[in-house]
Design a binder for this molecule. Structure first.
Ligand code: ADP
Ligand code: F6P
Length: 320
């Protein structure tokens, strides 16, 4: 009997997802599996939208952003009817297991399907790095590098005009991109939900540093704060320093993945196939102490991830 595994990408896309798809397909083919690429996340599972992935059909994708399998959100998958439809399709397609590349929401779906007899293994794919069980998520490094390059460009124009550039970076409710990008661009202040702040404090720091000759300013704001335009307006009113807000947005989700994202995606993809080969499902792959590990999905979803407060404090200490 031929053995078949599926792979899908779900939730927001992230650079490196293609590298993960390639690794899953190649590792599985090497181990004698037939591989099906399931398109548009759980929608493809419910509708039976699957294509065979061969060693050559995953050629030339390791360097590409986005996901060749497309991604989507699938509300139907949250309900028993949707899960049963998906299970039926899995049985018809002869799927012995599925690798789900996505975030926490996608892992909940993977746990639900595993509980219905289809072993699923989750791979953390999101630019936000907000998955508690892993130190690293596929896409994070590329997104931060993109944000850093964009802020470097903003600094050029802020410097020419003696302005303050307020830059909003992504991260839904997590400040990891904000803190790391803030350090990398030498931001005067980093505003994230994890650390209380006040506009007066931000303005005082700007005015103090202006006394030492600083004439342009970068303020990095995490998306979760939600009002970077208003923050820029308040800064201008309180300091008299001309300010402009820029929301970097989805540019951070695109682009060719960095070395780190390609390597981690390849390691995690390979590891996921090893689990499925042993018939092990309901697991999520992660990174701990720089090593690839796996956890029970429910346990993983209960974990809490600490904020990088030490890094945040260093940034605040050295940016004046
Ligand atoms: P992410 O995986 O990036 O966190 P979402 O939270 O949008 O993204 O979840 C992606 C998809 O995972 C959803 O559209 C849905 O199909 C599935 N999903 C999310 N939460 C659940 C849940 N509680 N039970 C079953 N499936 C879920
Ligand atoms: O989770 C990744 C992410 O890019 C978040 O940083 C952001 O809040 C969200 O997705 C945006 O989602 P959408 O693509 O649906 O607008």
């Amino acid at each position: 009997m031929s053995k078949t595994i599926g792979v899908l990408t779900s939730g927001g896309d992230a650079p490196g997802m293609n590298a993960a798809v390639r690794a899953v397909a190649r590792a599985a083919i090497r181990k004698g599996f037939k591989v099906l690429g399931i398109r548009r996340g759980y929608n493809g599972l419910i509708n039976g939208d699957m294509i065979e992935l061969t060693e050559r059909s995953v050629s030339d994708i390791i360097q590409r952003g986005g996901t060749i399998l497309y991604t989507a959100r699938c509300p139907e998958f949250r309900y028993e009817e949707g899960l049963q439809k998906a299970k039926k399709q899995c049985i018809e397609a002869g799927l012995n297991g599925i690798v789900v590349i996505g975030g926490d929401g996608s892992f909940r779906g993977a746990a639900d399907l595993s509980a219905r007899g289809i072993p699923c293994v989750g791979l953390p794919g999101t630019i936000d790095n907000d998955i508690a069980c892993t130190e690293y998520t596929i896409g994070y490094d590329t997104a931060m590098n993109t944000a850093m390059e964009m802020v470097d460009k903003l600094r050029d124009t802020a410097q020419s005009h003696d302005r303050c550039s307020v830059v909003e970076v992504m991260g839904r409710n997590a400040g990891y991109i904000a803190v790391n990008t803030g350090v990398a661009v030498g931001a005067t202040y980093i505003i994230t939900k994890e650390v209380p702040y006040s506009i007066d404090e931000v303005c005082n720091k700007m005015l103090q540093t202006r006394k030492t000759g600083k004439q342009h300013f970068i303020i990095v704001v995490a998306e979760g704060i939600g009002n970077s335009v208003e923050i820029a307006k308040q800064i201008e009113e309180k300091t008299g320093i001309e300010s402009r807000a820029t929301i970097l947005g989805h540019v951070q989700r695109g682009g060719s993945p960095t070395v780190r994202d390609r390597v981690v995606a390849s390691q995690m993809g390979y590891y996921a196939v090893e689990l499925l080969e042993k018939g092990i499902g309901n697991r999520v792959v992660g990174m701990k102490d720089n090593k690839i590990v796996d956890f029970d999905i429910q346990e993983a979803l209960k974990m809490k991830k600490p904020f990088e407060i030490d890094l945040y404090n260093i940034a605040q200490e050295i940016s004046f």
